[in-house]
Design a protein around this ligand. Structure first.
Ligand code: NAD
Length: 433
């Protein structure tokens, strides 16, 4: 099939490369000339394990190409994926400006009957708006499909190639059969393609992210309570996670959820609900609890340093919002660093891959360390923010020697509290005493 993917970010690039890998002819289009120039030379704008060889191989075999000419890319397609950003509007609702701009272009430049797929995360009713925008100009029939994306940054290629399920919201047999054919290679192991109406598919993505965010905020609250009543959240997590009805995933407390999806999708869902006068009490509380949790590392560090961190040098391990990605959108590290700087501390940070992104966002407001040990050198406290593998089992004696004061705040519960204390650290973590 001839596929065009409009928007070559974390999602569009993965979708395009994976669809090319299964033999389709794919054009990835984006308005960002720097991104496209780099991609033509196999230089990826993002860090995503396994993606580079996929792009390189499929580009070499001429199944994958990149362009800034969105109009031309539309003319050759049987299926067009819209994978542009849907950032939060001023009030938190999803900003559909980019999605609708692409829809207008599709209407103007389409040359045949085609399927238009919204891959971007969009509120219920968006397919209708896209259809109206395309329909204003369209000279050919077109079929809408809502195909929310569930990939996880850091494991995106694997998630797309071997999905747990594919959700397809369709309103015509044409769209249903084209999309079933396109996804057949990805569900050979028997994982389901779940067809549904378009509104339900749009809602499924928000419900999934809100559910996952709920688990995180729930565990963060339980962790807070554990600390106060003398319980250990790790034990509690294992205790409840082994219940089949609950399951072990997404039960890890931490410094609050971040990233490009949970914060904005939770907010957008709340705004959708408000707009139809259906208040979402649980989801609103999830967001509120997360806002509070984002301050926990600053509070713990200040307490451990005796109430003031003015003039202190603080080492931060991990800047990306989670491991295996360079994405820092809504990263807990950003909130923490803002608070540390505002309180008069100096920050020296390390991240295995996100330094370039941190420099773009923070410039020289903080110092950047070549290694995690370098970050700790001379610091009054070390805060672990992101659970990169290389931080899991460090040389603690070396850390202790490097630090000016042996204060270790573990935002991901990577280390054993007893061991840390026996090594002489002033140690604090999330939900463990
Ligand atoms: P991104 O910001 O990385 O990429 C979006 C791309 O769209 C950018 O490269 C931008 O230049 C391009 N763009 C914007 N307007 C355009 C236009 N008019 N024409 C062509 N290109 C245009 O965003 P992302 O993380 O890939 O997210 C895209 C969508 O997918 C969002 O709705 C997001 O919520 C959703 N999503 C993201 C993830 C994730 O983990 N990142 C997972 C599932 C769903």
């Amino acid at each position: 099939m001839n596929i065009t993917v409009v928007g070559s970010g974390y999602v569009g690039l993965v979708v395009g490369a994976c669809l090319a890998e299964t033999g389709n002819d794919v054009i990835c289009a984006d308005v960002d000339p720097k991104k496209i120039e780099g991609l033509k030379k196999n230089q990826l704008p993002i860090y995503e394990p396994g993606l580079e060889p996929l792009v390189e191989r499929n580009q070499a075999q001429k199944r994958l190409s990149f362009t800034t000419d969105v109009a031309a890319a539309i003319t050759s397609a049987n299926v067009i994926f819209i994978a542009v950003g849907t950032p939060p509007d001023e009030d938190g609702s999803a900003d559909l400006r980019h999605v609708l701009a692409v829809a207008e272009q599709i209407g103007q430049h389409m040359k045949r009957e085609l399927v238009i797929v919204t891959k971007s995360t969009v509120p219920v009713g968006t397919a209708g708006k896209v259809s109206d925008a395309v329909g204003k100009h369209a000279k050919h029939r077109f079929h809408m499909c809502s195909n929310p994306e569930f990939l996880k940054e850091g494991a995106a290629v694997d998630d797309f190639m071997k999905p747990d399920r594919v959700v397809l919201g369709v309103a015509s047999d044409f769209a249903r059969s084209v999309m079933a054919e396109l996804y057949a290679p990805f569900v050979r192991t028997g994982k389901p393609i779940i067809f549904m109406d378009i509104a339900s598919a749009e809602m499924t993505k928000y419900a999934a992210n809100a559910m996952l965010a709920t688990r995180i905020s729930f565990m963060n609250e339980i962790a807070r309570l554990c600390e106060t009543v003398g319980a250990n959240v790790d034990a509690v997590r294992r205790g409840i996670g082994s219940d089949d009805r609950i399951g072990p995933s997404f039960l890890f407390p931490g410094p609050g959820y971040g990233g490009s999806c949970f914060p904005k999708d939770v907010q957008a869902l709340i705004r959708t609900a408000q707009s139809v006068q259906v208040p979402l009490e649980v989801v609103s509380a999830v967001e509120k609890a997360n806002e509070r949790q984002k301050h926990v590392l600053f509070e713990k560090t200040t307490k451990a340093l005796g109430g003031s961190i003015k003039g202190a040098l603080i080492a931060v391990w991990g800047l990306a919002f989670k491991p295996q990605t360079d994405d820092m959108r809504e990263a807990p590290a950003l909130t923490l660093i803002d608070e540390l700087l505002a309180a008069g501390a100096t920050v020296k940070a390390h991240d295995p891959v996100a330094e370039h992104e941190a420099r773009r966002r923070l410039g020289e407001k903080i110092m950047y360390a070549d290694s995690n040990y370098d970050a700790a050198t001379g610091a009054d406290a070390l805060i672990v923010v992101t659970d990169w593998n290389e931080y899991r089992h460090p040389d603690f004696r070396r850390i202790k020697q490097a630090l000016k004061r042996p204060v270790l705040i573990d935002g991901r519960n990577l280390y054993d509290p007893q061991q840390m204390r026996s090594l002489g650290f002033t140690y604090d973590s999330i939900g463990r005493v």
